[in-house]
Design a protein around this ligand. Structure first.
Ligand code: PLP
Length: 397
């Protein structure tokens, strides 16, 4: 028995590799402070737990959930979009429930693309953009995210690529950006919408991190178009409410796109569990816990910013819960060094090598590593001390 040819291309999921390296260091007795995978360690919002309990009772006899999501959930999502971004999304036709955004991002191409169509995506970014494209039998094409351009796609470059490659039917964008942390300007969103309309391509905007920011609130692409016919946004409760374990989010966009996507999903699964949607309703109606989440990451970001600055690193930490740090040695080499940084006290730090979030040419992402600010404040301070101490000995960077 063999894995499929496409599967073989993806046999090592990037983050699994990081986990393995960490496990080896731990087996040698090192205590690793884990800034690797972007999974919050703070508990799920309490109100969502209450929602889960209420939902379990309320829907005890409801059988399979609806494919498109409970009306209550779609209405809560629509009201949240209105409060947060000032946009009107019709819960009947423009919103559909998803089991978090990862699976939705992966599957979405199946609903609107044909084999051999092409998908434009960032050269450095979230791996499912590429995996979903390849498994759907389409071709990934890349726009470059570079330090010189502050990791923002250049509209001229995108236009050029769209003009040359008429097979491109979909463009992925992701701001605030994983891994580079940068945010997109209003002008960027306006320009990409204009381009997409001109070239008749869909813009898929992954907005998983819009609620993680320091001061300036990130925008949604939805704010900048009256006509959403070629726009789809993927939102998620995962980071907003420490709800990665719940698996709930939603897609919102043009009526036709959402209709096709809903139809596709009737082939795929049987909806998101009702109790989980009820939990999401409770979470979407509360902003207090979201402000607390931001405060907690901002405090940790401050500690690490100061440590990285005094150790002489160049870094980006605009939004999301990541820090994108420039390193002199290759990213994998640097990450390995960090795992066993303090040999005397058997302590180390786990970071994600840039290489592992590269979708095109790994060398482009190699001078960087990504830190996810998920360890506790106590461990973050410990890591900051380690960084300062060892940079004085000139063993870092
Ligand atoms: C850029 C980006 N999009 C989407 C997701 C998916 O999150 P979830 O499936 O938990 O909604 C992640 C998760 O880390 C991410 O980094």
């Amino acid at each position: 028995m063999e894995a499929s040819i496409r599967m073989k291309e993806f046999m090592t999921y990037a983050f699994a590799e990081v986990d393995r390296a960490r496990d080896e260091a731990q087996a040698k007795g090192f205590r690793i402070i884990d800034f690797g995978v972007g999974d919050p360690t703070d508990p799920l919002y309490k109100g969502a737990i209450k929602g889960l309990q209420i939902g379990a009772e309320k829907y005890a006899r409801s059988g399979y959930p609806s494919y498109i999501g409970l009306r209550d959930f779609r209405v809560a999502a629509s009201e949240w979009l209105e409060r947060r971004f000032g946009v009107n999304a019709d819960p009947e036709t423009q919103i559909t429930a998803t089991a978090g955004s990862k699976e939705a991002i992966f599957h979405f191409p199946f609903s609107v693309l044909n084999q051999n169509d092409a998908v434009l995506m960032p050269s450095i970014g979230y791996p499912p953009y590429k995996a979903g494209t390849v498994f759907a039998g389409c071709k990934p094409v890349f726009y470059s995210l570079t330090e010189e351009n502050n990791f923002l796609p250049q509209i001229d470059e995108i236009e050029n690529v769209l003009e040359k490659n008429r097979k491109i039917r979909l463009v992925w964008i992701n701001y605030p950006n994983n891994p580079t942390t940068v945010m997109a300007s209003k002008d960027f969103y306006r320009s990409i919408i204009e381009l997409a309309q001109k070239h008749n391509v869909i813009v898929a905007s992954d907005e998983a991190y819009t609620e993680m920011y320091e001061k300036e609130k990130p925008h949604s692409i939805l704010e900048f178009a009256d006509d959403w016919s070629n726009i789809v946004v993927f939102q998620s409760l995962s980071k907003r409410s420490n709800a990665t374990g719940l698996r709930v989010g939603f897609a919102v966009g043009g009526k036709k796109i959402i209709n096709y996507y809903r139809k596709f999903r009737t082939q795929l699964d049987s909806g998101v569990a009702n109790a989980i949607q009820e939990a999401a309703v409770y979470a979407l109606r509360d902003e207090g816990h979201v402000a607390e989440m931001r405060q907690s990451y901002n405090a940790k970001r401050k500690v690490m910013k100061s440590a990285l600055k005094s150790a002489g690193f160049k870094f980006w930490a605009d939004a999301t819960f990541y820090m994108w740090v420039k390193v002199r040695s290759g990213s994998v080499q640097f990450a390995k060094r960090m795992l066993t940084l303090d040999t005397a006290r058997k302590r180390g730090i786990n970071v994600t090598p840039g290489r592992m979030v590269s979708l095109a040419n790994p060398a482009d992402a190699d001078p960087y590593v990504r830190l996810a600010l998920v360890p506790s404040m106590e461990d973050t301070k410990l890591a900051a001390e380690m960084l300062k101490e060892y940079s004085e000995h000139k063993v870092l960077r």
